[in-house]
Design a protein around this ligand. Structure first.
Ligand code: RB5
Length: 138
């Protein structure tokens, strides 16, 4: 199966999600589709359900702070979601944590840093080794 890149947000992340979808055409957009109020767990679970269909899949979740999406996504077995505020953390959550979901704080992150972070998240590989042993303890 081909590696797929999914993205979803609530209303607070909709504006940043739209910009990222414009920039990264390969993203599969799972909603929400407007700034009308919705519940972030509904979109977290919609996305994690798709990400778990193949080991190579990745996802991006956005809410206002990134915290609600992180809490919901990390309740799902097999999901390793990391809340990221800059490009360097986006690199480290792939290299060290083998994160399969990147979470962004839509109300607290500028577009350029978000674009850099998504690019890095997609392109960076897990380093395994000692990091795999630590992940095995979670
Ligand atoms: C929505 O107002 C806001 O609570 C939500 O986007 C998120 O920040 C929750 O963690």
């Amino acid at each position: 199966m081909d590696k797929k890149l999914y993205i979803a947000s609530d209303h607070a992340g909709f504006a940043l999600k739209s910009k990222l979808c414009d920039r990264f055409k390969s993203l599969v957009d799972l909603g929400t589709n407007s700034e009308e109020s919705v519940d972030y767990p509904d979109f977290a679970y919609k996305l994690t359900n798709e990400v778990l269909k193949d080991n190579s899949n990745l996802g991006i979740l956005i809410c206002g702070t990134g915290v609600g999406m992180s809490m919901a996504a990390n309740r799902v077995k097999g999901i390793r979601a990391g809340l990221v505020s800059n490009n360097e953390i986006a690199r480290l959550i792939r290299q060290h944590n083998n994160a399969n979901v990147l979470v962004l704080p839509g109300r607290f992150m500028d577009e350029e840093e978000a674009i850099k972070s998504v690019k890095t998240f997609i392109e960076t590989e897990f380093e395994a080794g000692r990091h795999q042993a630590r992940i095995n303890k979670i």
